[in-house]
Design a binder for this molecule. Structure first.
Ligand code: HSE
Length: 406
């Protein structure tokens, strides 16, 4: 019998209890032992709920119980999660978490503490919801050099962009539905401003490149400025708008960014819709490998957490090596990257075309039936820094979105 404690009985925590109850016999079979939920920690009471009898409000009860071998941290946020996780590892308990804020901020330190105490700090559910991506990076892909990670890492924003395009919903309606479905963070700013995807790409990049990528160093733009009109232009070009997170290793330099991109219909990420996430990994020998699945939601995320519990239970007393050192990985700014850009301009195309061509050269122009008072154009490929400079000389610019070239 292996006793576990679940810290936090919110969306993911209640999902963890549900999955363990529902799939009890197959989970035990795969573990080779019996998993028992001994405690659930939450500040709230849940009268009449399945966890009523095992609910505690004091973390020390869990910490001081030597029978608890695995702690599941699904509270979210850095504190008090960090304090509880650190104390658990120091007292010889493994920890499984879905908390990307915690992993992005303290991953290497917690991995090191786990190593010194012959326990495990596992965090599959912190990136990509149900998608196995942390374990593949830490085991299946270790033979190759990873050159690039690129994908859709936030279910809420992908759901919002999909609903805005397919249903013509306003941004607010799509966001509140994503919240009701349990996809969004408690503070949805983390989703819509790209901070959640930024932490996730920092975690994946640290695992892929072996050193710590500080999420605060990653250039990050969210989708809060994307409008229905932008989506109409994208559709006119037979494209979609997606929030992409990426990191690249090129000639010994590392780049990382999160931003909305216009993606062509022929691109594999174009058809990743709704709450789904997809992640490409490019290795020097393996080429492209793609991972796809539900990126958020109670039960998909809970399944990833419980799979870590099974792994931790199979490795009691034995640390699973995670190659993520505390040494900082320096990132190069994204301004030197070369790409095309879509630009919206207010006014008449005929009056501006000559000026735009004189600045950008061979631009492609787009007009939509919905907007007679403005037009769009796509630049030829050019470095971001030079795009910013040239754009300053164009009057009436409403906004711009990067083009995904691959
Ligand atoms: N808010 C996150 C998302 C939850 O929408 O992707 C899963 O990490």
């Amino acid at each position: 019998m292996i006793d576990i404690a679940v810290l936090g009985y919110g969306t993911v925590g209640s999902g963890v209890v549900e999955v363990i109850d529902k799939n009890n016999s197959s989970i035990n079979e795969r573990t080779g032992d019996q998993i028992r939920i001994r405690y659930v920690l939450d500040l709230r009471d849940f009268p009449g709920d399945r966890v009523e009898e095992i609910l505690v409000h004091d973390f020390d009860i869990i910490l001081n119980d030597p029978d608890v071998k695995i702690v599941v941290e699904v509270m979210g946020g850095v504190e008090p999660a960090y304090t509880f996780v650190k104390k658990s590892l120091l007292s010889g308990k493994s920890v499984c978490t879905s908390n990307k804020e915690l992993v992005a901020a303290h991953g290497p330190e917690l991995i090191e503490i786990a190593k010194k105490n012959s326990v495990n700090f596992l965090f599959e559910a912190s990136v990509g919801g149900s998608i196995p991506i942390v374990r593949p990076l830490n085991s299946s892909l270790t033979a190759d050099r990873i050159l690039e990670i690129r994908g859709i890492l936030n279910g809420t924003t992908n759901y919002i962009l999909t609903q805005m395009a397919d249903e013509g919903w306003e941004f607010d309606k799509a966001l509140s539905t994503a919240q009701q479905l349990g996809y969004a963070e408690r503070n949805p700013e983390a989703d819509i401003e790209g901070y959640d995807a930024c932490r996730k790409i920092a975690i994946l990049s640290s695992l892929a490149f072996g050193k710590s990528v500080n999420y605060e160093d990653i250039y990050t733009e969210g989708i809060s400025k994307i409008t229905a009109r932008d989506i109409q232009y994208a559709e006119k070009m037979k494209c979609a708008i997606k929030l992409l997170a990426s990191s690249t290793c090129e000639d010994g330099k590392y780049y990382a960014m999160v931003a909305p991109f216009i993606v062509k219909a022929s691109h594999p990420l174009y058809s990743v819709n709704g709450v789904f996430n997809a992640i490409f990994i490019r290795g020097s020998e393996i080429g492209d490998v793609m991972f796809y699945g539900s990126g958020a939601g109670k039960l998909p995320t809970a399944c990833a957490v419980v799979a870590d519990v099974v792994d931790a239970a199979r490795h009691i007393g034995k640390h699973i090596r995670v190659a993520w050192s505390a040494e900082k990985l320096e990132l190069t700014g994204v301004k030197s990257a070369t790409r095309r850009f879509f630009v919206r301009v207010s006014g008449k195309r005929v009056e501006c075309e000559e000026k735009i061509r004189s600045v950008f050269g061979d631009a492609e122009f787009i007009e939509t039936d919905e907007a007679a008072d403005e037009f769009g154009f796509v630049t030829p490929p050019l470095p971001e820094s030079s795009f910013d400079e040239k754009l300053n000389s164009i009057p009436g610019v409403i906004g711009s979105i990067r083009f995904e070239e691959k």
